[in-house]
Design a binder for this molecule. Structure first.
Ligand code: SAH
Length: 288
């Protein structure tokens, strides 16, 4: 059963979060006009014994949201399995990024037009290339990575950044995530892209017991939440980066920058570049 809501863009996130709790296969958000003012949020509910209770939960959730601001009613439409797969696939288009990269869904037969291909099986983990923070990271990896460098991808999600780094000549990439589903998907994507020799995927994070045993890398990428980034910086994350290396931090909103900058300064990091799309920010640092 397809549930769809047409909304003003600022309502998309609460709507998607509500639908995401009810639909195991994720939520699609599409722009309906060029100004980004109107969006369509869709999700697909399994038609089984749980449908009625999911619909009731949806209505209740929308009622609650409606107490804060007016919310439109959802439309329901039944679609068959085939349709569902097609709709889902239409959301993932070939995505040229930067000057040299092309992110392709795993089923795509599109011509990469001479670009380096990152092929992805979209799953339940974040990292399709469509999000501005992922795009910033890919662009800055492309612009700054020198062949032969070592990379850490902290919070690898689908593995997109690790695979791109390997394609761009990284000698060794350590992809870490604390979510086992992300690790599983990243492993699948790393194998599919045939970069398993360079990219090691592991469940884990920056060691809480201190950075003493880790081997420094030339590029550390972390596309996480800003409070997590700040905690990691306070725990000594910068020690993971070689004196000649760089830290690429993303997942930040404009309003997160002051606190992040304070934490970065305390960690003796020097800011090199900021990339901005809408409210999203990505910052490149180097050890001072
Ligand atoms: N690197 C991908 C995915 C970013 S989403 C991209 O740029 O698109 C953030 C990921 O970080 C999620 O998969 C989440 O499970 C993971 N994560 C969150 N906190 C973490 C932490 N402290 N250490 C390692 N991974 C973390």
């Amino acid at each position: 059963m397809e549930v769809s809501l047409r909304l003003r863009a600022e309502l998309a996130e609460p709507a998607a979060e509500l639908l995401g709790r009810l639909a195991a296969n994720g939520v699609a958000i599409e722009g309906l006009d060029d100004q980004g003012q109107a969006v369509l949020v869709r999700a697909w509910l399994p038609v089984d014994g749980s449908l009625a209770s999911r619909q009731a939960e949806l209505e209740e959730g929308l009622w609650h949201l409606g107490q804060i601001q007016p919310f439109p009613s959802p439309s329901f439409r039944s679609v068959d399995e085939q349709d569902w797969a097609e709709i889902w696939k239409r959301e993932y288009q070939p995505l040229p990024i930067g000057r040299r990269l092309m992110v392709l869904p795993s089923w795509s037969t599109a011509d990469p037009r001479g670009r380096l291909v990152v092929q992805l099986e979209p799953g339940m983990a974040f990292g399709t290339g469509a999000h501005p923070t992922t795009r910033h990271c890919l662009e800055l990896i492309e612009e700054t990575l020198r062949p032969g460098e070592r990379v850490v991808d902290l919070g690898c999600g689908s593995g997109i950044l690790s695979i791109a780094a390997a394609r761009l000549g990284a000698r060794r990439v350590l992809a870490l995530d604390t979510d086992p589903r992300a690790v599983e998907l990243a492993l699948l994507n790393v194998r599919r892209n045939r970069v398993a020799k360079q990219v090691k995927v592991t469940l884990g994070s920056f060691p809480a017991d201190g950075p003493s045993r880790i081997e420094p890398v030339e590029l550390l990428v972390a596309n996480l939440r800003s409070d997590t980034l700040i905690e990691l910086l306070q725990a000594g994350l910068a020690a993971w980066v070689a004196p000649t290396g760089r830290l690429l931090l993303s997942g930040l909103l404009d309003t997160d920058l002051p606190n992040l900058r304070t934490a970065a300064e305390k960690a003796s990091l020097q800011e090199l570049q900021v990339r901005a799309t809408d409210d999203w920010r990505t910052v490149l640092f180097q050890p001072a």
